[in-house]
Design a protein around this ligand. Structure first.
Ligand SMILES: C[S@@+](CC[C@H](N)C(=O)[O-])C[C@H]1O[C@@H](n2cnc3c(N)ncnc32)[C@H](O)[C@@H]1O
Length: 358
């Protein structure tokens, strides 16, 4: 039996999530819409192995013609009552529901959550945990989502106990650390097949290279890839080292059970992105999420602007090499854009740009 699944995504990277679903044979993509990719999951597919998705849910009910009137609450409650009991899962510590909608409606998200949650909890004889007044559901509660877009509502249940974007390896963090699915999208855009050295000159907690290592581990020749991460801040280098160790095969926390790059080498060091301590042309790929704005101020040689960083990126790239950068202030000079994807992140709209030195 094929199951209809919904992968939730950061705005902008939905097509990359669809690409990953196809590439990994997780399922057959049936539709891409705002922050969602719908697909028929293959039997036995490892849904938790998707790295570009924020979360994966199984669709339990679709209600068409939902409208903006309050009768929608009754229709949603009825749909929840009719959910296939096989999707209910173990009773756990209860049921929690998170609802969202686009457009003006004559009901609130909390009213939707309460209407659906009460019905989902009833047959299991477990409590429904409301999110009203900022309350947080207890650990172990089965998580459901209701999304309403245009005239269609979907009731879906989360596959994993927690959202996929919360990587178990990320035990150490820094300010401005990158959302892992966006790092995974950058790695996917970098076309890592055949790359020998992948470098991040502002590595922070190591997310770009850890995600790249996991992706590269799927391909032939992965064992020979060398990952080099540098950061001006020693605390960031410590965080990257800990996270990479946790993500490694045999580490305590490989996400989604994936092997994360058997045999590949990873090295982290303190260095200034304006003077990267490697020779000319030695990196096939650069992945970089540079410091910007007030949250993560550029330090050292970058404190007066990122020009020295981009000069170094051009210098270290091998002929035919590519940089994939998350840029907030336009495309840096000296690069041609091969591809650009605008994403929505924390209220900002940076570009993931695939850059080839001119
Ligand atoms: C946006 S954060 C990178 C986040 C990282 N991708 C992650 O997932 O954690 C930018 C990083 O640039 C570093 N940085 C600031 N100035 C630098 C410089 N001159 N050279 C290298 N790194 C620098 C900061 O310490 C910070 O870790």
């Amino acid at each position: 039996m094929h199951t209809f699944a919904v992968a939730r995504a950061v705005r902008g990277i939905e097509p990359l999530v669809a690409m990953e679903i196809r590439r990994s044979h997780t399922g057959v993509v049936r539709g891409v819409r705002h922050r969602e990719v719908w697909f028929e999951a293959r039997p036995e597919a490892d849904l938790l192995g998707l790295r570009t998705a924020d979360d994966v849910l199984l669709a339990a009910a679709v209600v068409d013609g939902i409208g903006s009137g309050r009768s929608a609450l009754l229709r949603l409650a009825r749909a929840a009552r009719e959910v296939d009991p096989r999707l209910m899962g173990a009773p756990g510590s209860g049921v929690e529901v998170s609802a969202s909608f686009v457009g003006r409606r004559n009901y609130t998200r909390f009213e939707i959550e309460d209407a659906v949650g009460a019905e989902l909890a009833r047959p299991l004889r477990v409590p429904y945990h409301s999110r009203r007044d900022g309350r947080r559901p207890p650990a172990g509660a089965r998580s459901w989502r209701v999304t309403i877009e245009d005239d269609q509502a979907v009731i879906a249940v989360r596959v994993a106990p927690r959202p996929l974007h919360r990587r178990a390896y990320k035990t150490a963090s820094i300010r401005g650390t990158l959302h892992p699915p966006v790092a995974a999208a950058m790695a996917q855009l970098a076309r890592l097949g055949g790359a020998g050295t992948v470098l991040d000159p502002c590595c922070g907690a190591g997310t770009t290279l850890i995600e790249a290592r996991a992706l590269a581990s799927e391909g032939a020749g992965a064992a020979r890839v060398r990952f080099l991460g540098f950061d001006h801040d020693p605390a960031a280098v410590t965080a990257a080292t800990l996270n990479a160790r946790a993500a490694a095969p045999g580490g305590q926390a490989a996400p989604g059970g994936q092997a994360a790059g058997a045999g590949a080498t990873v090295a982290w060091a303190v260095a200034d992105g304006g003077r990267v301590p490697v020779g000319d042309g030695c990196a096939d790929r650069v992945l970089v999420n540079p410091p910007w704005g007030r949250q993560v101020p550029p330090a050292g040689l970058l404190s007066r602007g990122l020009a020295p960083l981009w000069r170094e990126v051009r210098r270290v790239l091998a002929p035919g090499g590519l940089a994939v950068a998350l840029v907030h202030d336009g495309i840096p000079r000296g690069f041609a854009v091969e591809e650009a994807v605008e994403v929505s992140l924390s209220g900002q709209h940076p570009l993931i740009a695939v850059l080839a030195p001119r």
